[in-house]
Design a protein around this ligand. Sequence first.
Ligand code: C2E
Ligand code: MG
Ligand code: MG
Length: 387
Amino acid sequence: MLQLVTSRLLGTVSSNDLVARMSGDEFVVVQANVESPNDAEDLARKIIDSLSAPFLLEESEIRIGCTIGITLAPRDSQDAEKLLRCADLSMYRAKAEGRNTLRFYSPEMDSISWNNIGLETDLGKAIAQEQFELHYQPQIDLETGAVAGAEALLRWNRPEFGLTSPAAFIDIAEETGLINEIGAWVLKKACTQAAAWQSSPYRPLRISVNLSPVQFLRQDIVQLVEDTLKATGLNPEFLELELTEGSLLKDVERTKQILQGLKRLGVRVAIDDFGVGFSSLSYLKNFAVDTLKIDRSFISSLLAGSRDEAIVRAIISLSQSLELKVIAEGVETNAQLACLLSHACDEAQGYLFSRPIAADAFEALLKENPRYLLPKQGIPPKKVQSS
Ligand code: C2E
Ligand code: MG
Ligand code: MG
């Protein structure tokens, strides 16, 4: 696809112009001999036209769109670096207005947060430069106090910014489609890690992986999961995929099919952040899922006698009637834990037990094989060695 786009671009510019692919799906065109802004605008419109005709790729017809930011030298700057930034800024502005649009740079765009500019470019290079890592947060069985599973959480070791949480980049990754590549990497890494932990003497350990709606609704997510399980040798019953409302709301029929496909593979499916959003109960009617994860917002002010307690109790008993596993997210205090125990919640995860930690630290935790003592036994939870 990149090659096809490149040849269309080369066919549109004149021989003195320069076409370069900067990263991912970002190209730069340097136009020579610009006499007025109209010249630049004309070329930009020609490019939009040339890319709007369908592409033929392996016998499929594919349509794409593009957005163009334009900066003029010497008007905006004479510094190459600054010009690229200006072009980037105006492209972001164009993007916000929809596909097939163009925008000229203007100085008031400088007020846009610089943090986001360059994010897309950096994100495009992050996989190849091995800047991603997974951290693991234990999920505790509230009957035994043992580690029952681990949620894999993505971290980006972004140069100059340090370890960056997915909250800062998942949106951009979804918007640009990079999430597909990133998500496939996450799945592979998590399954490889989990397979290694299964064959170790510790215990069978469930691994949970978050799927983005963009990734989930892709045609071949079932195939991707199947291939990944095969390649990594992980037993499907130890993989749980976490979906949010965004995945489940869009297209009920497709979603049903995809979930059935995943069921056939034998993997588990959890609804993440359960309780926030719109029509949560209809998911339970329509879709075969295995686990509900109670959203952190209900846990954070969970006190005996509170409205949150009533909601949490209701979600737990709903799960029990439907024979689903129920996991409380974001458990930070003993009081919250005591409340969950009193309603027989299956599992909990949160800073009270452990923050998400790097793979080697998690492995050390597994080796230690802790049993978290739970308040119903009269002792505040702390890690103790089991025999
Ligand atoms: P999530 O799946 O609901 O993950 C739980 C988030 O809560 C994590 O944030 C975790 O670090 C945080 N957390 C856990 N325990 C506590 C606690 O006791 N207190 C508080 N305040 N927070 C706690 P994180 O790692 O920043 O991830 C944020 C979100 O980004 C995740 O929410 C998930 O939706 C998304 N995400 C993470 N990794 C991936 C990934 O590999 N792919 C996709 N598509 N999304 C991901
Ligand atoms: Mg999650
Ligand atoms: Mg969640």
